[in-house]
Design a binder for this molecule. Structure first.
Ligand code: PAF
Length: 300
């Protein structure tokens, strides 16, 4: 579909492809042919995902639809960003349901490469953003952000978007990728979109499906702790120790299986801060059963 056809088809604001036969593209070569055929004038919004889509992902798609002519979603469970003891093999892969959601939301194409062709056996180029990857998840999950940066840089090169959308729930990922875009002078804008929560406050995550009903209800302590601390910060409490203690008491009361971290870091470099007078992040990572959940609030 070239630009003229696309505009004739397009019925107003948002993702103009709603109702149109969305493409499902599996190879880099096919994606490039499809993209070339659209012509150079359409703006492309890109939402990279690992699938198991939920309302948080769909908010990224919606945000992209408001600012771009078309939206491309990638679905790829990236083996490079999982540690050896992590959940790569059991990560949910409901591709049919994901495709339906994308189609209904007016996504123009899903790019869903297969791992063996995406990473051929002699693949050996990696991308790292040392510095902000030393803290929080970077400390707990060695190699995770190298895997994320490598796949996202590769996806940016293929999809060639004008704008890319990432959720605030993975704030460290989003800030590291924003630095990657800046450091490599990539020609795109990276937007961070607010976390979507259940009515209980629990942040939406593809990993929530692992939680038992009891774990799910205990896990609401994460957002309660974060918002309680944020409220105290808004009232003038700037001591990281005091705010972390507040979050800890809320989270410990929910009998978590293990607290990985409860941190207060600077937004500039993600390093732990003692006094939170500059833009900061309160961030937590906690296990309920075998499921590791992360959440955060921004202080700015
Ligand atoms: O946030 C995710 O789902 C993944 O880390 C991403 C950005 C799609 C890279 O695999």
């Amino acid at each position: 579909m070239g630009k003229k056809q696309f505009q004739a088809f397009r019925g107003g604001a948002g993702n103009g492809y709603a109702g149109y036969a969305m493409e499902i593209i599996k190879t880099v070569g096919d994606y490039r042919v499809w993209r070339k055929d659209l012509g150079p004038d359409l703006t492309v919004g890109f939402v990279p995902t690992m699938g198991a889509l939920h309302a948080g992902h769909m908010k990224l798609v919606e945000t992209s639809g408001r600012a771009n002519d078309i939206t491309v979603v990638s679905i790829f469970v990236n083996p490079l960003q999982f540690g050896p003891a992590e959940d790569f093999s059991r990560y949910p892969r409901p591709f049919e349901a994901d495709s339906l959601l994308c189609r209904e939301a007016g996504v123009a194409a899903i790019f869903a490469p297969e791992a063996p062709t995406f990473y051929p056996p002699d693949f050996s180029a990696y991308c790292e953003v040392p510095g902000p990857d030393r803290f929080l998840d970077g400390a707990s999950r060695p190699g995770h952000f190298r895997g994320v940066c490598t796949v996202v840089l590769k996806l940016f090169n293929i999809v060639n978007p004008d704008r890319a959308y990432f959720g605030q729930k993975d704030i460290q990922q989003a800030l590291i990728l924003r630095k990657l875009v800046r450091d490599f002078s990539l020609d795109l804008e990276l937007e961070i979109v607010e976390t979507v929560r259940e009515a209980t406050g629990l942040a939406l995550s593809s990993r929530n499906v692992y939680l038992t009903p009891d774990e799910k209800s205990r896990a609401t302590a994460l957002s309660r702790g974060l918002f309680r601390a944020k409220e105290a910060w808004t009232r003038g409490e700037k001591s990281a120790e005091t705010l972390k203690a507040m979050m800890r008491s809320e989270i410990e009361a929910s009998s978590p299986t293990r607290i990985d971290y409860i941190e207060a870091v600077s937004q500039a470099d993600l390093a732990p801060a003692e006094t939170l007078s500059k833009p900061s992040v309160l961030a937590v990572a906690v296990f309920y059963g075998k499921t590791r959940l992360i959440d955060n609030v921004l202080l700015d």
